[in-house]
Design a protein around this ligand. Structure first.
Ligand code: CTP
Length: 415
């Protein structure tokens, strides 16, 4: 295939080809994806020379002093520039020290053979491929292989990357590589890197197109177990829950995270809840995501028990209103599973979850606190209580959808 033509057809690709000179290469995932006739998510460029200067010819780069790298956003695509380098790991898991080098050495420092392919973008060898041993055969055969036996010990984040690529690309893990990965896990490789680095990789896994598949792969390889022996991904359950999650404001990544974290909490109560919270902090989830996840984690056991019993819309609101959509969806799926086999009760839970997510939570009063203030209700919590009482009446059909009726109900409510 004509790789340069394929690159030129990508956003940012044409401009990059125009400025590329001798010693400028496209590398890594972008070359892999173009050779597989896919669409690269971003472009990684290696320069034998000054990467930051090249980046500056395309726009205003964001510079990263420590590694001499630069990033430019062009036509909505991110282009990362790095000077060709060799890396040395002073100790397992530590960030490497880097030194300038040629392309061949730069390719040798990479994670998997299929990610260690480059194409020259400028100069006399423009269009030529350069790759480490086995790379092109592995790409054709759909195989993930590390470049050397210490790869996972040097950089244990590769254990998570391996699972992501295996699922996304549909590639098999070459047997010796699988053995090295298991040996690294047994040797405690994940304990040599920070929670932040593991968390960053886990967050990438959670937003993969087949994120549930990526978590299954992480479980099979033993990565989840190495993080916590009880951590498990229940793919069939999460598949059911994902079907209930609204596409508008539901977060599939957080739903999968709730499912994972719940495997720590379900059995041992409060102490495990503290552990779950500590795990999310260690993985450096942003506080808003951590809190949203934990609210669901706390709510799910009760919702799972009670959702199938709920009859009225007001009772549904009282049960689930403070739970994010992920928690409601998971409780719906779990409740169905708990009742599998019970005649007549199947799917009561998921039906109740859907009733809330698709219908009941969208019902609003046409009056607001302003009208109650104007009618003489003092400012403070009483306003909210009166509005809530009117809304519960509305939900159960005891109130027409009219302003006056709503106002009368709110003013007459016993609070
Ligand atoms: N790389 C590596 N080891 C890592 C991270 C990255 O060797 N721990 C190398 C790989 O050659 C990879 C390249 O750096 O292809 C770019 O990294 P990244 O953007 O994370 O990988 P992509 O393969 O481009 O991933 P994606 O397709 O997910 O964007």
């Amino acid at each position: 295939m004509d790789l340069l033509a394929a690159l030129a057809a990508q956003p940012g690709g044409g401009a990059l080809l125009e400025v590329a000179h001798e010693g400028v290469y496209l590398v890594g995932g972008a070359v892999r994806d173009l050779l597989l006739e896919g669409i690269p998510r971003e472009l990684d460029v290696v320069v034998e020379g000054d990467a930051q200067a090249l980046a500056a010819t395309l726009g205003t780069p964001v510079l990263h002093a420590r590694f001499g790298t630069a990033t430019v956003d062009l036509d909505g695509v991110r282009i990362d520039f790095a000077s060709a380098r060799r890396e040395q790991y002073q100790e397992p898991g530590a960030l490497p020290t880097v030194q300038p080098a040629g392309l061949a050495e730069d390719l040798q420092r990479r994670d998997f053979t299929v990610n260690a392919i480059a194409v020259a973008l400028g100069g006399a060898r423009r269009g030529e491929l350069q790759a480490v041993d086995d790379a092109l055969e592995d790409l054709r055969a759909g195989r993930l292989r590390v470049l050397h036996d210490d790869s996972f010990l040097d950089d244990p984040t590769r254990l998570l990357r391996l699972c992501r690529y295996a699922v996304r690309l549909g590639f098999e893990i070459e047997p010796h590589t699988a053995e090295l990965a298991r040996a690294a896990l047994r040797a405690g490789a994940l304990r040599t890197i920070s929670g932040a680095r593991i968390g960053a990789e886990l967050r990438l896994a959670l937003v993969e197109p087949n994120a549930s598949g990526a978590l299954t792969a992480l479980g099979r390889l033993g990565v989840l177990g190495a993080l916590n022996p009880r951590l498990r991904h229940d793919a069939p359950l999460l598949s059911d829950a994902l079907k209930l999650l609204p596409s508008t404001d539901g977060r599939p990544d957080l739903l999968l995270l709730v499912g994972l974290v719940l495997t720590l909490v379900a059995r041992t109560g409060d102490e495990a809840y503290a552990k779950a919270s500590a795990l999310l902090d260690w993985l450096e989830f942003p506080s808003s995501e951590r809190d949203r996840t934990l609210v669901s984690v706390i709510a799910v056991p009760r919702l799972t028990r009670e959702l199938p019993e709920v009859r009225s819309a007001s009772a549904l609101r009282e049960l689930v209103a403070s739970t994010p959509p992920e928690g409601v969806a998971l409780a719906g799926a779990l409740g169905d599973r708990d009742r599998e086999g019970e005649v007549g009760e199947r799917q009561e839970s998921s039906r109740a979850a859907l009733r809330w997510l698709q219908e009941v939570r969208h019902v609003r009063l046409s009056i607001s606190g302003e009208e109650l203030l104007a009618a003489g209700v003092p400012e403070g919590p009483e306003i909210g209580k009166r509005l809530e009482a009117a809304l519960l009446l509305r939900l159960d059909g005891g109130l027409p959808a009219e302003r006056d009726a709503e106002l009368r109900a709110a003013l007459g409510a016993k609070v």
